[in-house]
Structure formats: structure tokens, C-alpha cells
Design a binder for this molecule. Sequence first.
Ligand SMILES: C[S@@+](CC[C@H](N)C(=O)[O-])C[C@H]1O[C@@H](n2cnc3c(N)ncnc32)[C@H](O)[C@@H]1O
Ligand code: SF4
Length: 382
Amino acid sequence: MNQTGLGLYIHIPWCEKKCPYCDFNAHALPIAHQLDPTLETRYLKQLLLDLDQDIETFGVHSELTSLFLGGGTPSLLSSRGLGFLLAEINKRLPITAATECTLEANPGSSDQAKFVGYRAAGINRLSIGVQSFSDPALQRLGRTHSRVEAGAAIQAARRAGFSNINLDLMHGLPGQTPESAIADLDYAAQFAPEHLSWYQLTIEPNTVFFSAKPELPVESLLQAITDQGLHWLQSQGFARYEISAFAQSDALQSQHNLTYWRFGDYFGIGAGGHGKLSRQNTTLEIQRTQKTRVPKDYLKSPNRRVTEVPIKERPIEFLMNACRLIEGFALTDFEQTTGLPASALEGFITRGAQQGLVTANAGRVTPTAQGLEFLDNLLLLA
Ligand SMILES: C[S@@+](CC[C@H](N)C(=O)[O-])C[C@H]1O[C@@H](n2cnc3c(N)ncnc32)[C@H](O)[C@@H]1O
Ligand code: SF4
């Protein structure tokens, strides 16, 4: 394990219904509105089997820096089921008072009793998928909740004692103007979230929106939404630390996502879960794990695939993550997490600096505003 800590990602692959823009490994529930208790029990047991296999292979028993239940819709889990899962994980990989434990909640499947149970089970950070506070926008996005229900879910989370809440909002929505995008952010601000994830809607292959593309704002409007939104976020004390992530203080940044962006180590369990673990032998070995995606196949066997990250792919894999961070990265971090000398990045840094996409100073490489905006172009230089 490298020194960036240890994360655990747990994928919950079901949703009440599949949203037309979403390409995550999310499947409509076999029985609408609820996760059948028998199915939940089988899945939780399979998650533990999956984790045991990973632990045995990698021989890692360290304390967790972070744990993240993502989806899909993890808030479909019962608090009893979640309590069982976290207690069992704790026996294998200790969860301490310092471990950031996040659960993604969908306002359509959240209530206060559940949130109280999640807190009691050990969840200390909630990430609520609001997307927008405009009812017409929510309808066009095929969401199952309204603006009022989104607000009620956030208030329920506060009443349940959550003091670390992220809200997911999307922008660049069909019919959106800079004014309506800012209205969404303004509405979010009244709940004083500690963290905001502000994603631009992308049209992904294999989604309903890809085959029936909605009319999106034109490029100049998208640019105005981004510029005004970034300005609003800054003015409200949300410091941008990654392309789409904003926190009220450094301590409130997502530790789990930082592990990804710093090319740290994490287990990934559950249907379609991805992990990445490194081991220092004579050289640094880096391995990726991937589990089978379809829930019913996963319930038969996680069907884990383990692949070595070859030396020649390590620079681009590192840069794809680290160049998303506003602070960029230290060359020593590159060396430590990839096992390669800093000289492996010389060509990239020279080309990136020539094109005004990165700066390099005192052993640190930082993307410029242009580099962040045109990340794909920057990565082509690797
Ligand atoms: C893994 S999803 C799950 C969250 C939760 N299931 C929900 O939707 O409420 C995490 C977030 O990714 C964002 N997202 C999903 N698809 C997207 C897309 N096509 N473009 C931009 N953001 C997207 C949404 O903001 C979503 O809340
Ligand atoms: S609820 Fe979230 S994960 Fe599920 S389909 Fe919608 S965006 Fe995707």
C-alpha cells in the first residue's frame, strides 16, 4: 500500500429506475421501490466474500482512510443491513473515528429514520444526488424526486445529525440559462452544504439521452453557465479543489475521491467495482481489480479480474487523475505512487508548459486554467 492511505469502494448496483443520462453500472430494481430483503442479504454476503478474496490476494489489513458506498443507489439499503456490513468490514479492515464513511443517497429513497440508522451504523458523510432544484429540469432528467423532496431529504439528513453533506448538482441542462443555473446554486446554499459536486451534463454512449439527444444549451451559453457558476461558488466560500469538486474548507474535501486523484490505493467491491492496489516487492507492483457488472452474475461469483498496470501505462494513468486537481501534484508523489523516476514526465511537462497547459515549479506540476478546461488536450501530451 502506498502512503496516500487506503480506501474501500462498495458498489450498490440498483436504482428505483434508470435515469436517461446515466451510464453508471446501475440497474432498475427487480421489484419496484424497494430492495427485497432476501436480495439485500445475499448481496451483502457476496460483498464480504468479495472483500475476503481481495484481502487474501493482496495481504492488506490496514485501517481504512475512507469508505464510500456508491451506486446505483446505496440509500436503498436498510440501516440494519448497512450496520451489519460496516461491522463485518471493521473486523477485516479497521474503521476508526478518523475514517471518512460516505454514502450516496437519492432523495427519492431517503427518509429521516433511515438516515438516523445510517449515522448509528457509522456513516459520517452523506452525498445527496439532487441534480437540480428546478422541477421542470428534474422531470426532463427523469428523476423520481421533486425540488421539495430534495430539500426535505437534506433537512432530514441534518436532523439525523449529519454535519458533512455533499450535494451533487448538474449544469448545462436542457433549457438551462446562466440565471437558472445560478438559481440552483443559490437554492442549494440555503442548506449550507459543506461540499458541492457541480458536474456538467455529458451525453454518454449507451444512455437514452445518447439515442434521443435532448437540446442542450449552445456552446456560448455553456461557457457563460460555467464562468458564472465558478464565480458564484468562489464568492460563497466553496474552494474548487478538483474540476467538479468544491469544499468549504480543506478538511471537508472528499478524502475518498482524493485517494483516486492522488493515485492512491483502494479496494473496490460489488458488481462492476474497480480497485487499485500497489505492493512494494523488488519493484513497485500496481494491480487493478474489476468485478463482474451484472448483479445476477455477481451474485453467483464476483468473477474478479486482476490486471497489472504496466510501466508504460503508469504515467498516463497517474496524470489522468492528478491533473484533475487544482493543486496538481508533487513530482515526489509521482515517484512514490508509480515507482518511476520524475524524469519519466520530462517530455509531458515541457510540451504542457509550451502550450500553457501546466506550470512546473519547485518540484510541483500544476495544471493552468486552460489545462483544467482542456484536460483531454493536456493528457494527449503524455
Ligand atoms: C454515481 S451517480 C449516483 C448518485 C445517485 N444515484 C443519484 O443519482 O442521486 C453520481 C453523480 O454523478 C452525476 N452524473 C451521473 N451521470 C452524469 C452525466 N451523464 N453527466 C454529468 N454528471 C452525471 C450525478 O450528479 C450523480 O449524482
Ligand atoms: S439514480 Fe443515480 S446511479 Fe441511478 S440511474 Fe439515476 S443517476 Fe444513475
